[in-house]
Write a protein that binds this ligand. Structure first.
Ligand SMILES: [Zn+2]
Length: 314
């Protein structure tokens, strides 16, 4: 049996055909013409699916399912409530794809959840039944896998790990709340905090590394300064670790997964903070004598989207 996995992003659509082990047999991509509306995107995606199946020399009858990862939130029937980068609200994606491929199972999930499934099948969480992926990038995304199945709640809107409220912060989250994990543990969060400290007059080599332009500070410049024992960078990274530790401890206390995987841009600095992060998590877990799931860096790159989406069909 074969599986189709689709990764719809704001700039491109990737389609892959996999076997039941998640091995990619054939793949292809095309641009996402956001301005032309969802009908065009779904039409381009469907053409690409047929092309990818034909290129593999297999019959579409042998494809069991079509799984799709979207940068947004969908309900259990595949209606996309919203996908900001695609400018979609209430798009009946599942229904429209089922019309084009009537005999296929069609499943639609948030792209971070899909990436978590890929990590579980062929990446950093391989061999585990229950695991949680946190992606620390522009925002904080996440995916929860329980007994090898994605968990997104009864209405498809759960597993918003980045919007767990873990403290009070000096700026509000895009979602309207204050204190979301995303505002402490994303690349955006640490950049904003660095900009705040430096604009308050703290001296730091972070500014030199950013060509003395506060708007050019990146997560990379902060971690480089941290490596060179810059005092402000130490404060920033300690705060990041503190709140990320609280977030992960909350997940331990609620889900007790076998493993945590950290992905996204900020995971490149994993070695700098992992030891302190484990200590911070251990301070906030309730059952201190019981070990908690290991925290590892994510291993999958670009193909995580299509492999994870394909594995939705298992
Ligand atoms: Zn939020």
């Amino acid at each position: 049996m074969y599986f189709i996995g689709v990764d719809i992003g704001g700039t491109g659509i990737k389609v892959g055909l996999t076997d039941e082990m998640g091995n990619i047999i054939s793949s292809g991509d095309c641009p996402t013409y956001v301005e032309l509306g969802y009908e065009r995107i779904i039409s381009d995606m469907s053409d690409k699916i047929i092309e990818v199946v034909n290129n593999a020399g297999i019959d579409i009858k042998d494809v069991k399912s079509i799984g799709i990862g979207i940068p947004g939130v969908a309900d259990v029937n595949g209606k996309v409530y919203y996908a900001t980068n695609l400018k979609w609200t209430n798009v009946p994606l599942g229904e429209l794809v089922r019309k084009k491929f009537p005999d296929k199972k069609v499943k639609i999930e948030n792209d971070a959840t899909v990436a978590a499934l890929a990590e579980l099948h062929i990446g950093s969480m391989k061999g585990k039944g229950t695991g949680i992926l946190l992606t620390l990038g522009t925002g904080v995304g996440g995916g929860i896998i329980i007994n090898e199945r994605v968990f997104s709640g009864a209405h498809g809107i759960g597993s918003e790990i980045g919007h767990m409220i873990v403290g009070e912060n000096f700026y509000d989250c895009n979602c309207g709340n204050n204190g979301c994990l995303e505002t402490f543990a994303s690349a955006t969060a640490i950049i904003k905090y660095a900009q705040k400290l430096i604009s308050e007059g703290r001296e730091s080599i972070i500014l030199e590394k950013a060509e003395n332009d506060i708007s050019k500070i990146t997560a990379r410049t902060i971690f480089e300064a941290y490596k060179e024992k810059d005092e402000v960078a130490q404060i920033i990274v300690e705060r990041f670790v503190h709140y990320l530790g609280i977030g992960i401890a909350n997940l331990v206390n609620v889900f007790d997964p076998e493993i945590f995987s950290i992905g996204g841009g900020v995971s490149r600095a994993f070695d700098f903070y992992i030891d302190d992060l484990r200590i911070e998590v251990s301070k906030h877990v309730i059952f201190k004598d019981v070990p908690f799931g290991n925290i590892v860096p994510a291993t999958l790159g670009n193909d995580a989207g299509i492999v994870g989406a394909a594995m939705l069909g298992l």
